[in-house]
Design a protein around this ligand. Structure first.
Ligand code: GLU
Length: 294
């Protein structure tokens, strides 16, 4: 617990620091991690099947700068995308053999259950409710719920100030922040869309006074706003990100956990961060200790 507290502290510090860097462009560059062509897997495992197929379908976000943002070339970039590429590469699959599937928050469990994707890397908080339907490998990062407001807003200083300000708050259907914010504001003042970029538009046009989700997602939107928005910077939850896999696929889960551990050891995890979110939040996170695969 203490370690996790320190990690959260470090991330918060990184986010605070990074606010100074806002306004700079944060274009994320795509990379092609070395592909593990020699690898052998036990027959019948997801890894063996995917290696044999030579391709993989991965669910991620398409509108979240720093973590998963689709570029003009049709390919997403971001920390989640880099993490996903590392996992594919460990199975002998190069980045150009990945089919990226846009996976908004609400549909993540169902696309895994229905086999529409092989796994999901999409700012996906590990929690008990979701574990009833899918399994998680991770965490590979820990975020925290925060608020984004217009740059000149001085009334909304944290979630406790939302009610007094009679603020309308935007979030996304099927997300953990959409649930949590109910404890701070009346249902009538919560506006839900399917993706966060629509919340940013609603803030821009004044239809809502705040957007709530994970600090790192908001940080990407703040950075992209070129000074129009600001992050409050006081996270009020813990959002450990996991990689969603079919429920009970412990072998695939363990393979992903091992891949993350080796990426943390050989610098690939650090590089993935620095090439993407690290351009705005320079402090490289420490890979959190993985949960047991169940
Ligand atoms: N991490 C939170 C969640 O999984 C919010 C981010 C998102 O909606 O992707 O619900």
């Amino acid at each position: 617990m203490r370690l996790r507290g320190l990690v959260v502290g470090a991330v918060t510090a990184a986010l605070t620091l990074s606010m100074a860097a806002c306004g700079e462009s944060s274009d994320s560059s795509g990379s092609n991690p070395p592909v593990n062509t020699e690898v052998q897997f036990e027959a019948g495992t997801k890894m063996a099947d995917l290696k044999q197929a030579g391709k993989v379908k991965i669910g991620t976000k398409f509108d979240q700068p720093l973590f998963g943002l689709k570029g003009l070339d049709g390919k997403p970039t971001g920390f989640d995308v880099e993490v996903a590429k590392l996992i594919a590469a460990k199975m002998g699959i190069s980045a150009d053999k990945i089919e990226w599937v846009e996976t908004p928050s609400k549909v993540r469990e169902e696309v895994i259950e229905q086999g529409k994707v092989d796994f999901v890397v999409a700012t996906y908080t590990i929690n008990e409710k979701r574990k009833e339907r899918i399994s998680f490998a991770g965490p590979y990062y820990e975020a925290g719920q925060d608020l984004m407001v217009k740059k000149d807003d001085s009334t909304i200083t944290g979630p406790d100030a939302l009610k007094a300000a009679n603020a309308k708050v935007c979030s996304v259907t099927g997300s953990t922040p959409a649930e949590k914010i109910k404890t701070y504001v009346d249902a009538a003042n919560i506006v839900l869309f399917d993706v966060y970029s629509k919340c940013a538009d609603a803030l821009r046009t004044g239809q809502v006074q705040a957007v709530t989700t994970d600090n790192v997602i908001l940080l990407g939107l703040v950075d992209a706003s070129k000074g129009e928005f600001k992050l409050i910077g006081k996270p009020f939850t813990k959002e450990p990100y996991g990689i969603g896999v079919k429920k009970g696929d412990t072998k695939f889960c363990q393979f992903i956990v091992d891949t993350l551990k080796s990426a943390a050891g050989d610098g690939a995890y650090e590089k993935a961060w620095k090439d993407t979110a690290g351009k705005v939040a320079p402090n490289v996170p420490t890979l959190p200790t993985a949960d047991a695969c169940k």
